[in-house]
Design a protein around this ligand. Structure first.
Ligand code: DHB
Length: 304
């Protein structure tokens, strides 16, 4: 089950997706958090954010839509109040950063770097669909993605992962921009723009009308995007989108992912990633697979 990203070894290829597992300690009574390969925390921004007005989450068929609006404490409080508890975790921690202007992202990273936390890396959210100033401007533009990656790379030797949006014409171009900027890996995909309407009230189910769709409903979209990225870059990919079973994990690995993240299904079962580690290990034994690398990108096309 062990996998490496750059020089960092993870005990399992299964991580929590940002925004779906708090900062790890919230679920302490329900799950042995340290059994995950790693925890990716909810986006932190330069300044505190209240987020969008409610309702900001709604269940949909095989998924959910949300428009949280990057609610968080801001990096100053994060350094003082969150980093100490992250430091107590025995699993690997990756801090997700969001921003609007380049300056915000860089200052946030500089402040986190100065804290000497135990975290092993950063995942950079350039793909929040819910706030105009949520970084999506970067995530849909190759030059801006490359420039941001270059500047962040200058400021950290820790893992640098750029999180890609599916809401673009060619995700592979954005992935290449992240690679040439010096990213160690990319994660794909963030949520897909969605909307749901209550037919009785005729109001959108989210206050902001549009939101980010996640969960099993988006898995085929995620698989397609991971595979497109796999064909375009040489850096590892962390696959995200609707994982609910060990077979889903295998599907992401075959499409080209080196690791995966579980998000929406955590709300149903905060132990899912831990259970799937066991099931994946069984699948490997039953199918004579020695290690995760033997599956990465090994999808076999039809030969016509
Ligand atoms: C939010 C951010 C995201 O990146 C996402 O995919 C969904 C929601 C948010 O905080 O609104």
């Amino acid at each position: 089950m062990r996998v490496k990203l750059k020089d960092i070894e993870f005990s399992s290829p299964i991580l929590t997706a940002s925004g779906t597992y708090g900062y790890g300690h919230e679920v302490r009574d329900m799950a042995d958090v340290n059994q995950w390969g790693g925890i990716i925390t909810k986006s932190v921004t330069r300044h505190p954010r209240e987020g969008n007005p409610p309702p900001r989450i709604a269940e949909t068929r095989s998924g959910m839509i949300n428009s949280i609006g990057l609610a968080n404490l801001g990096v100053e409080k994060y350094c003082n109040e969150i980093i100490p508890s992250l430091n107590e975790l025995q699993t690997k921690v990756i801090i997700n950063i969001a921003g609007s202007a380049m300056k915000d992202y860089l200052e946030t990273m500089e402040m986190l770097e100065s804290k000497n936390g135990k975290h092993v890396g950063y995942e950079i959210n350039i793909s929040c669909p819910n706030v105009k100033e949520g970084g999506i401007e970067f995530g849909v533009n190759c030059e801006m993605t490359e420039q941001l990656t270059i500047e962040m790379r200058k400021r950290t030797d820790k893992l640098l992962i750029m999180k890609l949006s599916p809401n673009v014409t060619r995700i592979e171009d954005i992935a290449q921009a992240a690679e040439s900027g010096g990213a160690d890996a990319v994660s794909a995909i963030n949520t897909v723009v969605g909307m749901a309407i209550d037919v009785k009230t005729r109001r959108p189910k989210l206050n902001t009308a549009f939101g980010g769709l996640s969960g099993p409903a988006i898995k085929p979209i995620a698989i397609a995007n991971v595979h497109k990225v796999f064909k375009a870059v040489n850096i590892p990919i962390i696959g995200i989108g609707g994982i609910a079973t060990a077979k889903d994990v295998v599907e992401f690995l075959l499409a080209g992912a080196t690791m995966v993240q579980i998000g929406t299904m955590n709300y149903q079962n905060p132990n899912l990633g831990i259970q799937l580690k066991g099931e994946l290990s069984e699948y490997y034994s039953q199918n004579e697979i020695e290690k995760t690398e033997d599956l990465i990108g090994k999808v076999e096309y039809h030969s016509n």
